[in-house]
Ligand binder design. Sequence first.
Ligand code: NAD
Ligand code: WQD
Length: 337
Amino acid sequence: MRTLVTGGAGYIGSHTLLQLLAAGQEVMVYDNFSNSSPEALRRVRALSGADIALCEGDVRDGARLDQAFADFRPDAVIHFAGLKAVGESAEIPLEYYAQNVSGSIELLKAMQRQDCHRLVFSSSATVYGRASYLPYDEGHPKHPANPYGRTKHFIEEIIHDWAAAWPEASVVALRYFNPVGADGSGMIGEDPHGIPANLMPYMAQVAVGRLEYLNVFGADYETRDGTGERDYIHVEDLARAHLDAIGYTAQNRGCEVINVGTGESASVLEMVAAFETASGRKVPYKIAPRRDGDVGRMVAAVEKAERLLGWKARHGIESMCRTTWNWQSKNPNGYAE
Ligand code: NAD
Ligand code: WQD
């Protein structure tokens, strides 16, 4: 089994590589390293003892994609490559549409040219937007609140049309909730450039002393303790969902969208407490105003993942915080060490 992994050097991609390799698959990474480091791939090679083919390239480059397909002849593709910063997407929306939407179209075209019809796509729970009801099931209306979320929404629709027009196509779009945590080795993890925009890496940098305190964005939501609640999902569980989804595409045709979460939510203050316990460090925080575009609570309906993929999350927030701390404390400056 040969899987081409676009964006495979990134946070979720690198963790997924480990599981693909552990399952005996051959992999090729297609990445332009715009938000990642070749060091992540070196570490995955060291951890797995397996080889990883690499084609450095941009997903918008159809000729380069053809070359990767010709060299590697994949049975399936996992498509992680793209830009993912919500705030930045409102500042440079065209760049987001070009890299995420046009990049995905180039990839689909290349797959069709090369007669590769199995795809797992990284979508996001951000496509849902404000909740009409909770938990969000896959039939919940989509009204994403930012350009990044709209790129994911549009790509899902494009993939649906592509799969409808090409009966051989077999696609699973996974809608991730809030991926956090790291491999238990502490050798790979999330390494955001600049000041982290997301809660877990921000807390980790406060605990390690790179940042002074956490701003808790809003304590007046209608949630258990007033702070925002999210469905955090351990990256190892998320990586396993990709392996299961790849297996599903071998047996089924058409296009499915599937949530990947735990079905439980944790508040910001609960995450702070869990992180303090896991790290043995204080995470000082201040209550700040709500962040623009945030919603109070997000939580996934997870029945479809279990029904179609036989997948269920195994890790809770204790393990998410412990493995994040293990990575952060061993690599205080990420891959730059
Ligand atoms: P990441 O930035 O760590 O990984 C993305 C990888 O894609 C990086 O290695 C980057 O260099 C590469 N890349 C970006 N643009 C590219 C291009 N044009 N051509 C080739 N390579 C390119 O992000 P991640 O957290 O691992 O996310 C992976 C995917 O999952 C993304 O599509 C993201 O939108 C999606 N997702 C992430 C989250 C999250 O919170 N991390 C949540 C939901 C969905
Ligand atoms: C979690 C909670 C914040 C930072 C984002 C994207 C989403 C998806 C996952 C890609 C919220 C609070 C945060 C801080 C805080 N990514 N918070 N202080 O916003 O749920 O989801 O990542 O697809 O598209 O929007 O995640 O980690 O930013 O926030 O209080 O410094 O932590 O308000 O309640 P979010 P997050």
